[in-house]
Design a protein around this ligand. Structure first.
Ligand SMILES: [Zn+2]
Length: 245
């Protein structure tokens, strides 16, 4: 059984110095779940310099690990080609990849619901107040082993400080339908470090479950075997170590 170590990081929000590669553990690959910046290109136009810092951070990570990343709702106007070519670094928004070295399939999606606060979609990028749009976006994703989503699934590591679920019902339905091995997300900072298995109660012993990990502000190292699907995906280290399951 060959174990793969995945380092996942999200919601660094223009604090690259707190997530510098020499502060991070060894891993076989690194996945970034979005919100690298506070205001993306909008901030850059105001002279923030944060786009250069985000690109520099991705490049520094990519000197140590193969990096796969998506933007988040704060990364205004950031698209897959925004940072140009960074060696060993791949933008995966809307992209399905087969990682031959694992082997495993990977897909990235950046769409965050704001059903309870529709005004947010006018302020931030890649948000929707439409349940139909949310459902259709996740319906269109093929079955994969690892799904990278900026927002969590509804009802799982997604509660606001007041306990309101802010995650995506479309993602929750995708997980229940396709049972990916791993879903990596962020977005809800207060739930960074939380993880859970879905469905919470397997239909029968040994039925596949998906490990969902919210890595917002919490670099997390995950061990997984794709060669042996019966290997329980395991969290090796994370900053806070909270378990919601
Ligand atoms: Zn964020």
């Amino acid at each position: 059984m060959s174990l793969v170590r995945i380092l996942a990081i999200g919601d660094t929000h223009d604090h690259p110095q707190d997530y510098a590669p020499d502060l991070l553990p060894e891993a076989d690959l690194c996945i970034v779940t979005g919100d690298l910046t506070e205001d993306g290109a909008r901030g850059e136009r105001a002279g923030s310099g944060e786009m250069d810092r985000a690109r520099g951070w991705l490049a520094s990570l990519a000197e140590r690990y193969p990096v796969y990343w998506i933007a988040g709702n704060h990364d205004m106007e950031v698209r897959n080609d925004t940072f140009g070519v960074i060696p060993n670094c791949t933008a995966i928004e809307g992209v399905t990849l087969t990682l031959d070295a694992l082997p495993a399939t990977l897909h990235g999606i950046n769409l965050s619901p704001c059903f309870n606060a529709p005004m947010l979609k006018r302020v931030w990028d890649k948000m929707t107040d439409s349940r139909d749009v949310d459902a259709a976006a996740f319906d269109a994703i093929p079955p994969v082993d690892i799904l990278v989503s900026h927002c969590p699934p509804e009802g799982c590591a997604d509660a606001s400080p007041r306990g309101i679920p802010l995650g995506s019902p479309g993602l929750r339905a995708y997980i229940e339908r396709h049972r990916p091995r791993l879903v990596l997300c962020g977005h809800i900072h207060e739930r960074g470090g939380q993880y859970a298995w879905l469905p919470k109660t397997p239909s029968k012993p040994g039925a596949p479950q998906t490990l969902v990990v919210n890595v917002a502000c919490t670099p997390t190292l995950i061990a997984i075997s794709f060669a042996d699907p019966s290997y329980p995906v395991r969290i090796e280290t994370n900053k806070l170590g909270r378990n919601t399951s």
